[in-house]
Design a protein around this ligand. Structure first.
Ligand SMILES: *[C@@H]1O[C@H](CO)[C@@H](O)[C@H](O)[C@H]1NC(C)=O
Ligand SMILES: *[C@@H]1O[C@H](CO)[C@@H](O)[C@H](O)[C@H]1NC(C)=O
Ligand SMILES: *[C@@H]1O[C@H](CO)[C@@H](O)[C@H](O)[C@H]1NC(C)=O
Ligand SMILES: *[C@@H]1O[C@H](CO)[C@@H](O)[C@H](O)[C@H]1NC(C)=O
Ligand SMILES: *[C@@H]1O[C@H](CO)[C@@H](O)[C@H](O)[C@H]1NC(C)=O
Ligand SMILES: *[C@@H]1O[C@H](CO)[C@@H](O)[C@H](O)[C@H]1NC(C)=O
Ligand SMILES: *[C@@H]1O[C@H](CO)[C@@H](O)[C@H](O)[C@H]1NC(C)=O
Ligand SMILES: *[C@@H]1O[C@H](CO)[C@@H](O)[C@H](O)[C@H]1NC(C)=O
Ligand SMILES: *[C@@H]1O[C@H](CO)[C@@H](O)[C@H](O)[C@H]1NC(C)=O
Ligand SMILES: *[C@@H]1O[C@H](CO)[C@@H](O)[C@H](O)[C@H]1NC(C)=O
Ligand SMILES: *[C@@H]1O[C@H](CO)[C@@H](O)[C@H](O)[C@H]1NC(C)=O
Length: 836
């Protein structure tokens, strides 16, 4: 039971329950120092038993742990050194403190093999409730060794299976010795589960996208069983574990034929039921169709070559020997270009063929590119043979052979295969691939780059008097080609970063003039870090100016750094930062002006709430989610907003939402997953429990805030409107109880309730409740939220009870000295709350 697990258990209630559980398992479970052949040791729950056993059709004795029934053995100690015709074995602690299995002659047949174990007299062993044999120090209870560190062939709930461990199959059902199959976690950048036949891959799960393995067709079911991966940056490993609390007893085991089975205990039938296996057809054998082949279990034959490829060996292929796979029919254009002798060929660039619902090939390379970039990057490198952009993973590309592709009927993801241009004609003839032409954009952008560079040199050479004119032409050209970029700041920004910084700097006088000397009539509102003013620049452009209070505590360098980073964020659901001002000890930020103000002015206002009907609200929810996905994942930098709330969502002319106020955003290194802070900033009611209590924040704390916001948008009630008495329900508590009782309609803002959208509204509330779950691990990522909103994920898992059900609960969790402040300021950001 690692301490890490405690981190996620926040509410006092859960914590106490757990504490009780822990204590009881230490005190009442019998721990002992030796066990004879005719004895057994059971776990507290009675689910697991440790003892000597003999497999069917064998006479050998082994020490093992079984679950529920004696034929379901999940761990074997002396699997490779059985006691032969010997029923006088003993499991005991040796003088050097190791756990050992002795045979009748007192020879050691198995040992826990620790070099630093404590002495025999001070340790004892027990069987934990989760099925682990634990050797611990008797006085302190510290674990010295446990069988979960050396698994046999089974993966159990709450076992931490890390990337340096492996499961190994039994040789045969009656021989537990190490078989030829093993299971491990590979490809750690985008982890996958592999099954090996000795050293050869035998099965792979496909990449993990945060919820499911995208190469496991029916993983939707497994997802519900709560698998998750955790990266351990210090150790450089990846841990896999799953929790099955809601689904009874579930155990995965690798059988002697190399197949993984999900076994579920049926309480009614009192027996194990095989509920899933990884092996459905030959397509599940790694690389069954060879390189560039694709396997379709519904197809006949099941192997075929990818579009634009043909069998390497026709004869073998006809005999259903697929191992040699397929080869390209035509050279790629980029290969032709390299080969001078063929330079007379047509010049069209290569293009990509889309395959839908596939298991992507092995050996993916991961890059931080966004969706459009992903394609271009692949197009630019001739050795890139395919790419895919998968939700929650990002941009994957492949070089060389494409191995182990499988066609699914549903699920999987889209894969884009590089083909020469000429293939377009062939593949048009009724094949299922869709063609996308990747040419136009890249040619245009190369064109722009060339022209800009040429023009730049001309400009440098030209006399100063000509300079302005030339610059003007460059920009004009640029504007025509890329109409979406309309400010000249932006164009310059692409020329050099130094210039960008210069241009972002506004001077103080200019801003003072624009805002009429920061006159109070121009004040738009008060944000967490200072007032916001409306300003009109000389050219008539409207801006919003945020004047940070002197006490905001950030150094100039960090401030500028953040400004530069944030100014590069461009997404239609984020408010654009136009510049900043740092003169006269001031720190000010200039944003684009949003004429429709903030979301809270609509959804919580009884006269204006009619202006946002359900469809509009849904598109706002979606827009906010998109903005957050961009911040969390697609923007290269991982940015946590930390203060998401209705008043920080601004609305443009068309009521499109834009996330604003990055004053508290934290920029993460790519490898960082979460961080700890002494300084807790944010707004009560929107803050995730782990953040409010421990200062631990991650993208999942933004997900929590998003969930609160979503529920507010649907209910039309302020989270803070519930803060009336200490013991009243919070908005989340209210939503949860109504949801549980099925009173959905009284949850929904009456102004927007529309019977036609009943299902969609329900779905939204469900997603909102998932986002506000107590444990950060349980909350979906924003990318998943989008998939759920768009109904790409049909089966939404049931939500667990949210955090902060009761007001009291919430108050207890947050430092009590701050109470008064909470009551009076509950709609305003708390900017500085030091832990005491
Ligand atoms: C186990 O066997 C020993 C003799 O080898 C005997 O003394 C003991 O009572 C037996 N225990 C049980 C539980 O049968
Ligand atoms: C044991 O042997 C019997 C008869 O040969 C066979 O039917 C059964 O499947 C075997 N059991 C195992 C676990 O090998
Ligand atoms: C084990 O005992 C059985 C009968 O009790 C015998 O048939 C078998 O040969 C013995 N095996 C060994 C390896 O001694
Ligand atoms: C065992 O525990 C006793 C006290 O409980 C301690 O004095 C002794 O040093 C310990 N022995 C070892 C080898 O740790
Ligand atoms: C033994 O050493 C390992 C690392 O080598 C360490 O993790 C473990 O805690 C040590 N055990 C004891 C009882 O000191
Ligand atoms: C595992 O590999 C061996 C050769 O190493 C092969 O003979 C055997 O058929 C393979 N097993 C399966 C199930 O493919
Ligand atoms: C023990 O088994 C029961 C089902 O019989 C299950 O509900 C329970 O969660 C299990 N306990 C543990 C600790 O695995
Ligand atoms: C398939 O072809 C490969 C290579 O040509 C050969 O080594 C292998 O034995 C063949 N397999 C079968 C089942 O014929
Ligand atoms: C280049 O062209 C020559 C002649 O057409 C051909 O023999 C050779 O294989 C080509 N090289 C590559 C790398 O395709
Ligand atoms: C193309 O990709 C390969 C494999 O990742 C890499 O080694 C090579 O440097 C890339 N070439 C270019 C021009 O980026
Ligand atoms: C691709 O597959 C072929 C056929 O199996 C093999 O000869 C070749 O070495 C593979 N190339 C790479 C880069 O793996």
């Amino acid at each position: 039971m690692s301490l890490i697990k405690f981190k996620n258990l926040i509410s006092l209630f859960n914590f106490i329950t757990l504490l009780l559980l822990c204590c009881s398992s230490f005190t009442t479970s019998s721990s002992q120092q030796s066990m004879k052949d005719n004895e057994t040791l059971s776990s507290n729950s009675g689910n697991f038993t440790l003892g000597f056993f003999t497999p069917q059709n064998s006479t050998n004795r082994y020490v093992g742990i079984w679950c529920k029934t004696q034929d379901f053995v999940i761990w074997v100690a002396n699997r490779n050194q059985p006691l032969i015709n010997d029923s006088s074995g003993v499991l005991t602690i040796s003088n050097d403190g190791n756990l050992v299995v002795l045979n009748g002659q007192k020879d050691v047949t198995w040992s826990s093999s620790l070099t630093n174990a404590t002495s025999k007299t001070n340790s004892s062993f027990t069987l934990s409730d989760y099925g682990s044999l634990v050797l611990s120090e008797t006085t302190t209870g510290n674990t010295i060794w446990e069988s979960f560190q050396q698994p046999s062939n089974a993966l159990l709930p709450s076992m931490e299976f890390t990337s340096n461990m492996k499961l190994t199959s039994w040789k045969t059902p009656s021989d537990p010795s190490t078989g030829s199959f093993s299971l491990s976690i590979e490809r750690l950048k985008v982890p996958e589960v592999f099954i090996w036949n000795r050293t050869r891959p035998y099965w792979r799960s496909g990449p993990w996208n945060g919820q499911i393995f995208i190469g496991v067709q029916d993983m939707k079911m497994l997802y519900l069983n709560g698998f998750h991966f955790e990266k351990d940056i210090n150790r450089g490993t990846v841990d896999l574990n799953f929790r099955a609390d809601d689904y009874g007893l579930v155990i995965y085991a690798l059988n002697p034929q190399g197949q993984m089975h999900e076994n579920s205990w049926s309480i009614e039938k009192e027996q194990w039921i095989d509920t899933w296996t990884n092996r459905r057809s030959d397509c599940d054998v790694y690389g069954f169709c060879g390189p560039f082949g694709i396997c379709n279990s519904e197809g006949s034959p099941i192997c075929s070559c990818l579009e634009g490829f043909e069998q390497r060996n026709q004869q073998e292929w006809n005999q259903k020997n697929w191992t040699n796979g397929c080869v390209r029919k035509e050279l790629l254009q980029c290969e032709n270009a390299k080969n001078q002798s063929k330079s007379s060929q047509r010049n069209e660039a290569d293009s990509f063929l889309k395959l839908s619902n596939v298991k992507v090939p092995d050996f993916a390379e991961l890059s931080s590119n966004e969706q459009d970039e992903c394609k271009n990057q692949c197009l630019m490198n001739c050795s890139c043979t395919a790419y895919s952009y998968a939700t929650d993973i990002g941009c994957m590309s492949w070089n060389g052979n494409l191995t182990d592709i499988q066609q699914f009927q549903t699920g999987g993801t889209d894969l884009y295969i590089r083909v020469p241009y000429v293939e377009l004609d062939i593949s048009d003839k009724g094949h299922k691939g869709t063609i996308t032409i990747a040419v136009s954009f890249s040619i245009v952008s190369i064109g722009i780059i060339v022209i800009v560079i040429v023009a730049y040199f001309i400009w440098i050479k030209d006399s100063k008097s000509e300079r302005k004119k030339k610059l003007h032409t460059i920009f004009r050209f640029h504007k025509i080609e890329k109409p979406e970029e309309h400010t000249s700041d932006n164009v310059n920004g692409e020329l050099s970063q130094a210039k960008l910084q210069e241009l972002l700097l506004f001077n103080f006088e200019k801003l003072a003039t624009a805002t009429n000397n920061f006159h109070s009539s121009n004040k738009l509102g008060q944000g967490g870090f200072g007032p916001v003013y409306k300003g009109i620049l000389q050219d008539g452009k409207e801006i919003a100016v945020k004047r940070l209070s002197i006490s905001s505590g950030q150094g100039l360098k960090e401030f500028m750094n953040e400004v530069v980073v944030i100014s590069k964020l461009q997404h239609r659901n984020l408010v654009r930062l136009l510049g900043c001002c740092t003169e006269r000890n001031e720190k000010m930020l200039m944003y684009e002006f949003m004429p429709n103000g903030s979301l809270d002015a609509y959804i919580f206002d009884s006269s204006r709430n009619k202006l946002l009907d359900w469809e509009k609200r849904f598109s706002i929810i979606e827009g906010i989610a998109r903005g957050l996905v961009y911040l969390h994942r697609d923007s290269r930098l991982k940015i946590i907003h930390r203060d998401l709330k209705a008043s920080n969502i601004l609305l443009d002319e068309e009521m499109n939402p834009k996330i604003s106020d990055f004053g508290m955003a934290r920029i993460f290194g790519v490898s960082e997953d979460h961080a700890n802070t002494q300084r807790i900033v944010g707004t009560y009611g929107y803050m995730a429990p782990e953040y409010a209590m421990q200062g631990v924040f991650s993208d999942k704390s933004d997900v929590f805030s998003f969930g609160v916001l979503l529920i507010e948008i649907v209910c039309g009630r302020r989270n803070s409107s519930f803060y009336e008495h200490e013991n009243s329900l919070t908005l989340l508590g209210f939503a949860w109880t109504q949801w549980r009782e099925g009173n959905i309609v009284c949850l929904i803002e009456p102004e927007i309730y529309d019977h036609n959208h009943h299902k969609e509204i329900l779905r939204c509330i469900h997603i909102g409740l998932l986002c506000v779950q107590e444990s950060a691990i349980d909350r979906p990522t924003m990318a998943t939220v989008i998939s759920m909103l768009n109904s790409e994920i049909m089966e939404i898992p049931p939500a667990r009870q949210p955090a902060f059900l009761l007001m009291q609960n919430m108050m207890n969790t947050v430092c009590s000295e701050e109470r008064n402040e909470v009551y009076s300021n509950n709609a305003v950001s708390i900017t500085d709350l030091h832990g005491r």
